[in-house]
Design a protein around this ligand. Structure first.
Ligand code: PYC
Length: 331
């Protein structure tokens, strides 16, 4: 049995985006959150087959477009990644919206604006297009908030650290420069890959975040190493670790949102402030604190993030049941 997936491949700020434009399974559910649960229970082999080796790699990330669940919205997005089906993915959304528009797969009711449903909620997207090319996508993200402060951990190779956990569509352990962590210039990529799972495990042992309004969104998934900026005009730099072996090549949209909520909580960012965030490879997203809000009784902000994606080609991918690695593999 051979399944064929028609993929539009590309990247947002350097991190891969694979938009699966043909071959998406029909999903049950009245919301994208319910459709995500259905996908995970019945079709997770599509994610692992398309994201893991030999068809993908450690950083592979992407998603599917679905019709919206609610009238008035333009589109639904389901994310796939090596780490699972994220509730929200910023670089993925920028790429999926860009490729969807450039290939005529999305026809928004109001040109320049897209109301999208993602498993974490609803997002409002503004984009600019010139000569058939999407030049910029700004996502007004789901509410972001600080879930825990001052978690004390001790990590072999780094010593004692104090960590806050912040949400921007996924939950992030925020490692600010302190003690033996003096900044990203002092960590090699392989040290980030070794230390991040230790940080994540140590924080997980002390705290499990659960979304105040949607208990299907829970658990610490990402580690954000915060640092000062490197380039002119930037406000900060970060390296985000996800899955088992990935460092985000982009500044990470949900990570940037989580960091903005964290800085707003400290009084270091206010409504209307922009936040230019550099990635590990120095690509950039421009964030902004759009408004203050509440998530139930928890204070939160609505962050936005802006970036650009590039299409690198079309890719027809087969998953054949007689291939021993049809589900993909990880080493
Ligand atoms: O951009 O939100 C993001 C993201 C999450 C994981 C990788 N990128």
């Amino acid at each position: 049995m051979r399944h064929t997936f028609f993929c539009i491949d590309g990247h947002t700020a350097g991190n891969p985006v694979r938009l699966v434009a043909g071959g998406a399974p029909l999903l049950k559910g009245a919301t994208m959150s319910e459709r995500r649960q259905d996908f995970l229970s019945r079709f997770d082999w599509i994610r692992t087959g398309l994201c893991f080796e030999p068809r993908g790699h450690d950083m592979m990330s992407g998603g599917f477009l679905y019709p919206p669940c609610k009238p008035g919205n333009d589109v639904g997005i389901l994310f796939i990644e090596t780490s699972g089906c994220l509730p929200m993915c910023g670089h993925g959304t920028i790429g999926i919206i860009t490729f969807g528009l450039e290939h005529g797969l999305i026809e928004p009711a109001e040109p320049g604006r897209i109301r999208a449903e993602v498993p974490a909620g609803e997002i409002d997207i503004a984009y600019t297009m010139e000569n058939g090319r999407v030049t910029s996508v700004r996502i007004k993200n789901v509410p972001a908030y600080v879930a825990a402060k001052g978690i004390e951990i001790d990590v072999e190779g780094l010593g004692p650290l104090t960590i806050d956990v912040s949400y921007g569509g996924n939950y992030y352990a925020i490692v600010e420069p302190q003690g033996a962590y003096t900044g990203l210039d002092d960590l090699t990529a392989s040290q980030i890959l070794t230390l991040s799972p230790l940080v994540r495990e140590a924080v997980r042992a002390k705290f499990t975040p659960v979304h105040p309004l949607d208990p299907t969104i829970q658990g610490l998934s990402h580690v954000l190493w915060a640092d000062k900026p490197k380039g002119e005009g930037a406000d900060a730099r970060n390296a985000v670790f996800y899955g088992d072996k990935a460092i985000d090549r982009s500044p990470c949209g949900t990570g940037t949102s989580a960091r903005m909520a964290h800085l707003a909580d400290k009084g270091l960012l206010g409504v209307g402030d922009s936040f230019v965030h550099e990635s590990y490879i120095l690509s950039r997203f421009t964030g902004r604190v759009e408004e203050k809000t509440m998530l139930g009784d928890v204070p939160a902000i609505i962050p936005s993030i802006e970036g650009t994606a590039y299409n690198t080609g079309l890719n027809t991918v087969w998953i054949d049941s007689d291939d021993p690695f049809w589900k993909g593999f990880q080493v």
